[in-house]
Design a protein around this ligand. Structure first.
Ligand code: ACO
Length: 429
């Protein structure tokens, strides 16, 4: 393919460079378009716009492929564990045994949060949504860890990265404990990342907490499946916030805020609420009809994706994990699972969903699984934030280390009033 594209603008042509990735679509380089032609491009929702160059994650939405640093998500979920995937995302390669041990050591030595954070937490209302608490407490980290906020220092950047990965489960568990009125449980560094998280969420001081290895494995897999997903809304938010030179804790807080929305990380909570509302299989047609009705804002939650126009590869693994967890807990006949499977079956065979290429996304089965693990729906997006933190940090770090990096500053198509003169109050009708 040619390395140039021509844009014909009446009498004038503009030559645009074409850049090639290792895989995936080429991109037309329009960086100089405004300088050369005085025109902007218009792409609300960024459906045709590559906002950056990245080596971290690749998605082929038509084929249902997700690769981290070139490795398929199916292999990572089956053979890896979450901290190994964290290392891969942050450093670009799978760790050797020595590198792995060293990384785990560093992460586990940063799991506690400043004791003063407990006082910070007690300022929140008990009935606050845990995501509201996360937005506040993650942002507050920059007030507690000043010594890793100089983004020009590579060592401080790495310390901040490790701190974020290590402390976010502790904050998430604290948000949960605060919400239900139980005492905070300190992290245990002898446990794996997922085991420690379950322990901090479900242990109480008055009796020993037994970790179920099947459930810990499921938790780890949920973290792996949500670790990174290319330039999605929250990741782009983190990059945009970071492009101004803001410190990494503040940037991750911005990512948490964006993730909260029901079209993004809030979808697993919304999907479970929807399944609960449907309740029984016989009510499915009514909800399918509503999803198809143009005059009804209702959408099938956990269905559809901006990039995947095929089965989300994470949804398949999530479905399998869901079955493993329900089997282990003796909940095979869970009515929500029955509704979910039937709904999926009906939607996948319905012309509306086929035509629009709407398939289940990762959130469709994660809600049922998380509920079975013992989490209330209000915690679902929090768990997503715990997992995605490493992706946000890896993408933020990549951006800061990119010599091409400039502040993100999109332009607009202005359709407001043209210039006009100020009218005094008496002259306004
Ligand atoms: N149910 C019914 N119809 C849908 C759904 C759905 N879940 N999703 C999309 N459609 C329809 C739209 O109405 C639209 O129809 P039209 O062409 O007749 O107007 C068409 O499919 C395209 O939809 P868009 O909203 O333009 O697609 P977009 O890429 O902007 O949105 C999104 C993707 C936000 C994920 C959307 O599919 C959705 O709202 N899904 C439900 C929420 C959800 O599950 N989000 C989780 C995303 S995954 C994640 O964050 C981990």
């Amino acid at each position: 393919m040619s390395d140039a594209a021509k844009l014909v603008l009446g009498e004038k042509d503009a030559e645009l460079g074409i850049r090639h990735g290792t895989i995936g679509p080429d991109v037309v380089d329009i960086a100089a378009l405004y300088r050369d032609t005085g025109l902007f491009t218009y792409d609300p929702g960024f459906t045709s716009t590559a906002s950056c160059e990245s080596k971290i994650t690749y998605i082929d939405g038509d084929e249902g492929v997700l690769l981290h640093r070139g490795y398929p998500i199916e292999q990572l979920a089956e053979k890896g564990d979450f901290l190994e995937i964290c290392y891969l995302l942050l450093y670009g390669e799978l760790p050797t045994q020595q590198e792995r041990d060293d990384f785990i050591y560093r992460v586990t030595r940063h799991t506690m949060v400043h004791e003063q954070m407990t006082k910070f937490f007690s300022g929140f209302r008990r009935d606050a949504h845990p995501m509201a608490v996360m937005v506040g407490s993650v942002g507050a980290l920059s007030a507690f860890y000043h010594d890793s906020t100089d983004i020009t220092d590579p060592h401080q950047r790495m310390v901040a990265s490790i701190r974020m990965v290590a402390k976010i489960p502790t904050l998430a568990a604290m948000a949960y404990k605060y919400h239900i009125g139980q005492p905070f449980v300190y992290p245990r560094n002898d446990l794996s990342y997922a085991e420690n998280f379950l322990h901090m969420c479900f242990a109480v001081p008055c009796e020993p907490y037994q970790i179920n290895p099947v459930l810990a494995k499921a938790m780890d897999r949920i973290f792996i499946l949500h670790a990174d997903h290319e330039q999605n809304a929250s990741t782009s938010t983190v990059r945009l916030a970071g492009s101004s030179g803001a410190n990494p804790f503040a940037c991750i807080a911005a990512g948490v805020a964006c993730l909260w929305g029901p079209a993004h990380g809030g979808a697993n909570e919304a999907a479970l609420n929807m399944l609960t509302e449907i309740g029984t299989k016989d009510r499915i047609p009514e909800f399918i009809a509503r999803a198809k009705d143009k005059n009804d804002p209702f959408r099938l939650m956990g269905f559809g994706h901006r990039v995947y126009k095929n089965y989300d590869p994470r949804a398949k693994i999530m479905q399998q994990t869901c079955h493993e967890v329900l089997d282990e807990l003796g909940l095979k006949d869970d009515p929500l699972l029955e509704v979910a499977m039937e709904l999926e079956h009906i939607a996948l065979n319905d012309p509306y969903f086929i035509e629009k290429k709407l398939y289940p996304n990762v959130d469709f089965y994660s809600g049922i699984t998380l509920k079975a693990l013992g989490f209330p729906t209000t915690m679902f997006t929090v768990l997503f934030a715990v997992a995605r933190t490493v992706g946000w940090i890896a993408q933020w770090k990549e951006m800061i280390e990119d010599p091409q990096q400039r502040i993100g500053r999109p332009r607009q198509l202005y359709t407001g009033a043209p210039q006009r003169d100020y009218l005094s109050l008496d002259d306004r009708s």
